[in-house]
Structure formats: C-alpha cells, structure tokens
Design a protein around this ligand. Structure first.
Ligand code: SPV
Ligand code: MG
Length: 536
C-alpha cells in the first residue's frame, strides 16, 4: 500500500486525488501517480447511467469499490454522500468499507436521499448539526482507524460563511479527521474567506470543480491537505466517446479513428495480460503445442480413373475428402497448426486454415522430399501420410507420448495381421525382441527396422503412417535431412527409408503400439470397405 490516508491528512504537504469510477480508471490514476483516489458519487452513478441522487444503493457502490481497490494500491476516499441514512446505516456501510480496503469516508451534511451539489444546490435541506455530529462520532467510536472527512455544504446551500464555520468547528469537535469545505463559486474567494474566518489548523479538503482557475500555488501556500479533481476522468471519457461516435457514424468506417483510439494491445498491458502468460507457464501443465504436417503430394495411380484429376488424399469417402477427415480429427484433438504438402493437382487443395506447401517434383520424388518442403514447420510435430483415415484416439495416444524421452515415435498397429491380407503392400515394423507378450500393448519399443511387406513372422506390427517428433526430434530430423539433401540422396527416399537411415545412424526411433483405429486406403476395395466402415 502506498501512503496511507491518515498520513496524508496529517501531512503539511498538499496531496492530489483524482476520481475513479471503475477498475480501469483506478488503474490509470495509479499509473499516473496521483496521491489517492476519490471514489466519486457523481461519476460512479453516471458511469452506471444513473443520477447522482442515491439511486444506487450503498451495496451497489461497494461492488464498484471492490474493483477500484482491486485495481489500485492508492488510498481510496469514498464519497459516501450523507452516509445512506442514519448513523446506524453509516456504520453498517463502514463495516463493509473496511473489508474492501477503503480507508476513508466523506459524508456531507445533507439529508438522504441527497442530490448532487451542483443541481439546485441552494434548495437542498441541510442536516441538523447535532444529528450529523452524532454520525461522525459513531464512525470514529466504532472504527477509529477509518478516516472521516466531514463535508460542509452551507456555502452551496446558501446558508453563509458563519454557518459554514460553525459547522466545521462542530464536526471537528465530533471527531472528523478533516473538513471538506465545498463551494460552487467560479473562483476561490469564498473558500479563502472561509479559511481566514475559521483560522483553524485542522486538515482541509477542497474540490475545485467550479473554481478551476485557481493557481495551484494557492493550495500549497494554504497547506490544503487534499485537492480533489472530482469528475475529470468521466468527463474526458464522455467527450472522447462522443467525438469518436460522431466520426464512426458519419464515415461508416473506422479508418479515421483507428489512431485516435487507445490500442487494444495497451488494454492488455493495463490489465496485466503479460503477467497472466507468465503465471500460465508457471502453474498450468505444459500446453499441447503440437502441430501437424500432412504429406499429400502423390497422385495414387493405383486408383485408376478416380485419381486421374484428383490427388489420392482428396478422394472422397461419403462426400468428404480423406484430407478433411484428417484435419477434423487433428483439430478435435487441439492441433490447429496444420501444414499440408501438395503436389499432383495442387490447385485442388482449397482448404481453409491450413498452411499449404508444394512439392513441385512430386512425380519424381517421394514422401521424404515432401516433408523436406515443409521442414520450416517441423517442431513438436505429428507427421501424417495423406492417404489414411484415423481416429482421435490414435492422435491422442501419439500426443501423450512424453517429450524428450522418446523424441521420434512412430505409431505401430498391433492388430495388423487381420487385415493386411487385403493390402497391395504393408510396412512391417521390427522392434527389439521382447519376451513377455503381455507388456506388448502398454509399452513403447525401440524400432530396429521398417520394411515393405516384411515377412510376417519377422514383423512386430505395421507402421500406421503416423509419427511424432518432439522439438529435439525435429532437430535430429533436420540435421539428417540437410545432410541427405547436400549429398543429393533426399529425392529418392521415402519416409520409411529415412527412418531406417536414422536407425543406422544410431538415432533412437521408438514404436508406440495401438490396436486398430485406422485405415490405409491403398486400393479400390479398401476404399469401398472404408466407406462402409465410416457408415457403421
Ligand atoms: C462527487 O464527485 O460526487 C462530489 C463532488 O460529490 S461534486 O460533484 O462536486 O459535488
Ligand atoms: Mg458526490
């Protein structure tokens, strides 16, 4: 907490308080290094679209104060009007103010419900001196630490200087920590007369709304404790809002106003969004910041007429292209950053929200060269062949393989033996030998080699066409891809060749086992099966 209100009122130095009527105005007052906040009745009610005539209940005002004290460590002085009724209503309010860190209460000697002093001020009745003094005494008796500013309305109501001095003295004796002497005159003369007449060293608070011309030296010379700028943030925001509204309405465009309005990024700054990000890093489990690369450059000549003018990955199953099934599944598992490498008939790829890469040499190269084309997006990445259909479960399984333990993980199907007889080919995976078949499903095994149509008795499963590289795995990929490119070996290689190459180079490649949940569509018959499968 900055300087306390009690210290400010005891100090010989003049402090300047600015009004705030919500959290954001309180933040701005604080940022601009004012000494304290005046929680103004006029601006809080006007910001709610209400009149300054006690239309808001005290508890509604406390709701706003909550946001003000949450947004600022400056001392807050509440403009509590008459204290919302009798002394008993006032001490009930103060009980709540204490809980929400409001250090001071300013009460005015009018009668509840009051009206703003500048609205028919001289017609407003004043409270009897002893009733108002009793209210001050009650607050100080029950809550001695609550700073009480007693506001004398005699000059506003036209009761004259003598009455004002009489009341100021009575309220001081009742225990008020300071007197706010209010005036609606256009200059300081009336206030000056009052100060000379009262001639007290008791703390004084002024609100120079109408006598705005006053030389600031006057405040310091007279050792005024607090000067309140009572409504200027609300007034300036209304002016600014009105100006902007006129322009937008006239132009039906934002062009002329964009550099007149406060930047959104600075709203983020004021509301401490950057602190949220650093807290998220500290307290939230690490985000799934996976992206995906889909290799979809091949034509798929095995489909004959079907892929004459359409790449294989855009073949439709139940009127939806294979690629769209993949993108939907990836999106559903939270992967939104998706790259697609096209090749044959690249103009047919019209998919929103994906990054498109192009392998112009699709005819003479293989899947690895397509991956090379999208290498800038290799990070913490799932790599998918473009001609398979898979379930969300498979992507989740792959996503959950912990980073940094296994940096390169291929997905391997355990149930491959059942359907591989229908394939033109399959990619068998051979892993490090294991004895206990029961641990087969749960675990991840080190891959020894991948081979097309590997003899079934040598194989431990089938490569699904999905793999994941961690951030570190991507660096390993890039290092070897660069090397192969330099030695001109990249173009002829498939992704499977590359995995074998990595294993030969002593990089660790692991296989995570799944049990079905995918379809490789590599001939017409399987396409037909797939459609039926999707319909089931
Ligand atoms: C307020 O800001 O609500 C005040 C000051 O009470 S004045 O409007 O000047 O009376
Ligand atoms: Mg007020």
């Amino acid at each position: 907490m900055k300087n306390s209100l009690s210290k400010i009122l005891k100090s010989k130095k003049t402090s300047f308080f600015m009004e705030a009527h919500n959290g954001i105005s309180a933040k701005l007052v604080t940022e601009n290094k004012f000494d304290g906040i005046w929680a103004s009745g006029l601006t809080i009610s006007a910001s709610m679209g209400l009149r300054d005539v006690n239309e808001m209940s005290w508890s509604q005002v406390c709701d706003i104060l909550n946001y003000i004290t949450l947004s600022s460590d400056l001392p807050v002085l509440l403009d509590a009007d008459t204290g919302y009724g009798s002394f008993n209503n006032t001490i009930h309010l103060v009980k709540h103010l204490k809980r929400i860190n409001v250090q001071g209460i300013c009460i005015e000697d009018k009668i509840f419900p009051k009206k703003n002093s500048f609205f028919q001020g001289n017609k407003q009745p004043l409270e009897e001196i002893d009733i108002f003094s009793g209210k001050i005494k009650a607050i100080k008796d029950k809550f001695p630490e609550m700073q009480v500013v007693a506001r004398v309305e005699s000059l506003i109501a036209g009761w004259g200087l003598d009455e004002a001095v009489k009341r100021a003295e009575a309220y001081k004796i009742a225990g008020a920590d300071a007197i706010l002497i209010h005036s609606k005159k256009k200059d300081i003369s009336e206030i000056d007369q009052f100060l000379n007449m009262w001639n007290s060293s008791h703390p004084i608070v002024l609100v120079p709304t109408t006598y705005y011309n006053t030389d600031p030296k006057y405040f310091t010379k007279k050792k005024i404790n607090i000067v309140i700028w009572a409504n200027h943030l609300l007034r300036t925001s209304i002016s600014s809002m009105s100006d902007i509204l006129k322009i937008i309405n006239k132009e039906k465009s934002l062009k002329k106003i964009e550099n007149k309005v406060f930047p959104v990024k600075d709203i983020f700054k004021i509301t401490d969004m950057d602190k949220l990000s650093s807290d998220e890093n500290k307290y939230l489990p690490k985000k799934n910041n996976l992206n995906a690369i889909i290799l979809a450059a091949t034509q798929g000549t095995e489909f004959g007429n079907l892929t004459k003018s359409l790449p294989k990955s855009l073949i439709e199953l139940n009127n939806k292209p294979i690629l769209n099934y993949q993108i939907d599944v990836l999106n559903k598992t939270g992967i939104k950053d998706i790259s697609v490498v096209s090749g044959f008939k690249k103009e047919k790829f019209k998919i929103p929200n994906v990054k498109l890469f192009f392998n112009s040499k699709w005819k003479s190269t293989s899947s690895l060269f397509s991956l090379w084309k999208a290498k800038e997006n290799l990070a913490n990445t799932i790599i998918s062949f473009g001609d398979i259909i898979y379930s969300e479960k498979l992507i989740k399984t792959l996503s959950q393989v912990s980073q940094n333990i296994e940096d390169i993980v291929i997905l391997c199907d355990n149930s491959w033996m059942n359907d591989s007889k229908d394939r033109n080919y399959y990619t068998g995976v051979k892993c490090r030998i294991f004895k206990n078949k029961n641990i087969f499903k749960e675990n991840i095994f080190k891959v020894l080699k991948l081979k097309t149509n590997l003899n079934k008795k040598d194989a431990n499963g089938e490569f699904v066409g999905l793999l994941k590289v961690s951030t570190k795995g991507s660096l390993i990929f890039k290092k070897h891809l660069n090397h192969l490119n330099k030695s001109n070996k990249l173009k002829g290689m498939t992704l499977e060749n590359f995995i074998n190459y990595l294993i030969e180079k002593n990089e660790k490649v692991y296989a995570k086992y799944v049990d079905g949940g995918w379809l490789d569509i590599d001939n017409d018959k399987l396409l037909f099966n797939a459609e039926n499968y999707m319909n089931d």
